[in-house]
Design a protein around this ligand. Structure first.
Ligand code: DAH
Length: 347
């Protein structure tokens, strides 16, 4: 065959192959077709075998035509295979996937627990006033939970706390976050300004008491700290959480680790002080305990109580949460973890 004829034939083969591909319905047919052209006994291969007899001058042109033809055939094959794959995918979807079905609601999307929301919000308020966050263990020793906090041995004040002991007189589940005061003063240099959020435990179980609940402890120790500073900080906190118009009052109280001590009440947010069921007709709701750190406590941790003074406070997180989300009838709801209850809170 003349080189010109070979080149022409190659062009025809490529065209015919492309036309035949249109008829092939599956991968097997396509592969077989490709072999009929490019395989050992294929038609293109047969022409390639003629190369050795072609005069050197024309060899380059025939060679180029050969390569082009092979490339056209490969490309057409790939394209046809791709289309078959796509068709298969569509058929699969048609058979197995009903696009008209309504979507499933997302599963496993969580929300923050209402107590966590309130806890973070309260901590944020104090952080904005320059407080650091500190923590301590939930399993405590008698020393940190009581002795160092000026609870005398065998003093009725310890009964106030309904302690859950692990080993009587030695280890226990902390009854309040106040031991973090001790741990912090032993560890950090003065001045100290911290809040310590966390779980606490008491032998107590009724609609208004859960054996585990949450507190946020506060402690500020520096030179020249006065009760006025305590009032200022707590007032700012209450106004931030309950609004600027909420009235509050400091009521004298007693805690072994503060002197003087005061409990803080806010005007009842349900009846605005008129007297209702929520406030037991008093018009006031107790939200926290506080006071000036007792000099005995400062001395216990080696702080010079002549030079330094401090204030402390303990906030009941559950109480604040129940007030913030009005209509929560029992503190127990926070601990039952019913998703219907939990999902009704948004930050
Ligand atoms: N620890 C006390 C309690 O659980 C609350 C408390 C009162 C904390 C006065 C304080 C404080 O820091 O100054 O009942």
């Amino acid at each position: 065959m003349e080189p010109r004829q070979i080149i022409e034939k190659l062009g025809q083969l490529a065209e015919r192959y492309e036309a035949e591909l249109g008829q092939a319905s599956d991968e097997q047919a396509i592969r077989a077709g490709q072999a009929a052209y490019l395989g050992n006994k294929g038609e293109v291969t047969a022409l390639q075998k003629l190369m050795k007899d072609i005069e050197p001058k024309a060899r380059k042109d025939v060679g180029r035509a050969l390569n082009q033809t092979k490339e056209r055939i490969s490309k057409a094959t790939d394209k046809a295979l791709g289309e078959i794959n796509q068709r298969r995918g569509r058929e699969y979807l048609d058979r197995h996937v009903d696009l008209t079905l309504p979507g499933r609601p997302p599963v496993g999307v969580g929300a923050m627990h209402p107590l966590s929301i309130v806890m973070y919000d309260i901590v944020d308020v104090f952080v904005s006033m320059g407080f650091d966050v500190a923590t301590g263990p939930e399993i405590e020793t008698d020393y940190y939970n009581f002795a160092a906090l000026n609870f005398p041995q065998d003093h009725p004040a310890r009964d106030m706390q309904d302690t859950l002991f692990i080993k009587e007189g030695e280890t226990l589940l902390r009854t309040h976050t106040s031991p973090v005061q001790i741990r912090t003063m032993l560890r950090r240099p003065l001045p100290i300004q911290i809040v310590a959020p966390g779980a606490v435990y008491r032998r107590d179980d009724d609609p208004t008491h859960s054996p585990m609940f949450f507190q946020i402890e506060g402690l500020l120790v520096d030179e020249g700290v006065s009760f006025a500073d305590l009032k200022g900080v707590l007032e700012a906190f209450i106004h931030e959480v309950f609004g600027k118009d909420v009235k509050l009052r400091f009521r004298p109280s007693f805690f072994p680790f503060t002197e003087p001590s005061a409990e803080v009440d806010i005007q009842c947010i349900a009846c605005k002080g008129e007297g209702c069921r929520l406030c037991s007709q008093t018009g006031w709701l107790e939200v926290l305990g506080s006071g000036m750190v007792d000099p005995n406590v400062l001395q216990e941790v080696g702080v010079d109580s002549e030079r330094y003074t401090g204030f402390a406070f303990g906030i009941g997180v559950d109480r604040i949460a129940m007030l913030r989300y009005e209509g929560i009838s029992s503190i127990k709801l926070f601990y039952e973890n019913d998703p219907r209850f939990l999902s009704s809170f948004r930050r």
